[in-house]
Design a binder for this molecule. Structure first.
Ligand SMILES: Nc1ncnc2c1ncn2[C@@H]1O[C@H](COP(=O)(O)OP(=O)(O)OP(=O)(O)O)[C@@H](O)[C@H]1O
Length: 598
């Protein structure tokens, strides 16, 4: 991650030469995605060649048309005019296929790139996500991909067309008059040198603007996601200021870029028209001296305009390509991250565990804060079907225990095992499919209630879903909605209460039917009726499974087989409720007294 975010901040300081080489190397990998469509690309390319060539016939025939004004050539005028029409018709057809075929390649390539980026992203380890701002990641990927779309659709094809125009144009120009061509080409090196200087500045500024746009999108996304917090703190004004600041920065940088682009365009216009005037001037002299026909001069000027315009366009296309290279680099950086080994697993009686969980001298520090030991030589065990409660002050390391059990992270020392087998020796997906988690804050996906419960077992039948909802005490309230199980929940649907959301999550967990349960008890107390329903549902869920309950309210864990009291990453007390309540001045006793007072 450090690399990812550092890159963004340092991109302007990175030595240019090096980055260009790396960029190019990384961008070449994009062609892996174009490869399956190379056949279509090749046919599109042929149409591109044909349309470029036919465009180049136009100045020649127009020159002939001008020359046919001479009395002896007058009879050819109709033939030439018809030929010109034919050329346009052919060009029209070629252009149509060129655009359509390139669009097919672009869209399919992008779809593959989108899919593999997402496929890769979703398999990346937790560490990747905990160290990044999800909003930033999201808007970056979206803007990088749309940049590539533009490039693949138009920039590359245009670049090839322009280069062809320049090469064929210069060949034809030399054929008409070498002297005139040399004069025109005198201006080219000047244009190129200045174009490179401009291009470098424009690239730098547009990269800066791009990352500012991403920053501003992050603000919108994060504040909209956390709109309740923004409003509750009456921080609309503050967020407005933050957003205005960022958008003004975009304006500043973009306008700076626009100045450079404007100056660049002015220069190109001046160089272009200057060269045309020079060519006409010298051409007229040659017409008088060498018997160059007026039609030839006309053709020459048209070719010069074609070549000049292509040269002017190339610099712009070049800077577009540079932007696309930046975008590719970002995407490739994500694709270079090592994903977790996720596989499609079906639990059977053979690979289903019994649920004997054991932690032996487990120590752990989060990779991003390796100097802080979050768990210190932690040992405990839970036998199959037992209920283990973990209590302790906030930040003691309770959630970290479950993060390690799910192998979101690996411990630095010690062993975690299930049924006597170290969890590293399980295929990752098989390990996780043995467990179900009912989180503190239940996230429901925007979809129907049925889909949300069904998330616990992809492909579950309606009967299974209803049975799970009944056991989770959710069936009654779901039936109360007019659309019942088809009720849309989440962002665009109805909002469920905390207790209802929890019961949906419990139904989801029941459907998954795991051997090990992780319950992160909601901190906010539900009303007593709702609490009773949730508690009942939880009891059903826990029956016959090993459950690890992160408890915030001690009243709910009295029946636990074992209570682990954590403090600053250490296991300080363990035992049943009765045992721990009798430890004079023990942490549990104190916590117990404190909660009773409240
Ligand atoms: N992804 C992370 N990266 C770095 N440090 C983290 C990460 N997650 C948690 N921590 C730190 O690890 C320590 C233990 O956190 P943990 O979430 O396990 O505590 P907890 O006991 O579950 O707290 P709470 O009851 O408030 O949820 C805390 O100091 C926390 O700041």
């Amino acid at each position: 991650m450090a690399g990812f975010r550092r890159k963004k901040d340092d991109q302007t300081d990175t030595p240019k030469k090096k980055i260009t080489k790396q960029d190019l190397k990384k961008s070449m990998r994009l062609f892996k995605y174009v490869k399956p469509y190379s056949g279509t690309f090749a046919i599109g390319f042929v149409f591109l060649l044909l349309s470029s060539v036919t465009s180049m016939v136009f100045p020649y025939l127009t020159g002939q048309l001008v020359d046919s004004a001479n009395a002896e050539m007058l009879k050819e005028i109709n033939t030439i005019a018809l030929a010109l029409l034919g050329v346009f018709a052919a060009n029209a057809v070629f252009s149509y296929f060129r655009i359509y075929l390139f669009a097919i390649v672009t869209q399919k390539t992008l779809a593959d790139l989108r899919q593999s980026t997402y496929n890769h992203l979703i398999k990346l380890p937790m560490n990747f996500f905990s160290e990044r701002r999800v909003g930033e990641l999201n808007s970056r990927i979206a803007s990088d991909i749309s940049l590539l779309q533009e490039t693949l659709t138009t920039t590359i094809a245009e670049l090839i067309r322009q280069v062809l125009t320049i090469i064929i144009g210069i060949a034809l120009l030399s054929y008409i008059s070498v002297k005139l061509t040399l004069l025109m080409l005198c201006l080219v090196p000047v244009v190129i040198v200045i174009a490179i200087i401009f291009g470098k500045h424009i690239k730098k500024l547009s990269k800066e603007a791009q990352s500012k746009v991403a920053d501003s999108n992050t603000i919108v996304e994060e504040t909209l996601q956390g709109i309740t917090t923004v409003k509750a703190f009456a921080n609309e004004f503050f967020e407005n200021m933050r957003y205005s600041e960022k958008t003004n920065e975009i304006v500043g940088i973009s306008l700076k870029g626009a100045k450079w682009r404007g100056a660049f365009a002015s220069f190109i216009i001046f160089a272009l028209f200057g060269s045309i005037v020079g060519v006409i001037w010298y051409g007229v002299i040659l017409v008088n001296q060498n018997g160059l026909s007026v039609g030839d001069l006309f053709t020459f000027i048209l070719y010069s305009v074609f070549v000049g315009a292509s040269m002017g366009g190339i610099a712009d296309l070049y800077s577009q390509l540079q932007k696309a290279i930046g975008a590719t680099e970002n995407l490739m950086e994500i694709l270079d991250e090592t994903p977790e080994e996720i596989s499609d697993v079906q639990l059977t009686s053979i690979n289903r565990v019994n649920g004997n969980v054991s932690f032996e001298n487990v120590s752990f520090a989060y990779p991003s804060r390796s100097d802080i030991q979050v768990l210190k030589s932690m040992s405990f065990s839970a036998n199959s079907g037992e209920q283990i409660a973990i209590v302790g002050p906030s930040g003691a390391g309770k959630s970290t225990i479950t993060n390690l059990l799910l192998r979101f992270y690996n411990p630095n020392a010690g062993t975690i095992s299930i049924d006597g087998k170290a969890i590293q020796d399980f295929p990752l997906s098989e390990l996780r499919s043995q467990m179900s988690i009912v989180p503190q804050d239940v996230l429901l996906f925007g979809g129907t209630i049925k889909e949300n419960i069904g998330y616990g077992k992809i492909g579950a039948t309606d009967e299974e879903i209803i049975a799970a909802a009944k056991q989770a005490n959710a069936h009654l309230f779901v039936e109360g909605f007019p659309e019942k199980y088809e009720t849309i929940v989440g962002e665009r649907g109805i909002q469920l209460s905390g207790g209802q959301r929890q019961r949906i999550a419990i139904a989801r967990a029941i459907l998954k039917n795991p051997s090990i349960l992780i319950l992160d008890e909601a901190t906010s107390a539900l009303d007593s009726e709702s609490e009773k329903l949730v508690q009942e549902a939880l009891e059903t869920l826990m029956k016959g499974r090993t459950s690890i309950v992160i408890a915030h309210r001690l009243s709910t864990i009295r029946k636990a087989n074992k209570i682990l009291v954590l403090n600053e990453g250490k296991l300080v007390e363990s035992g049943t409720h009765e045992e721990l309540s009798n430890v004079e001045n023990g942490i549990y006793q104190n916590l117990s007294n404190l909660q009773l007072e409240v």
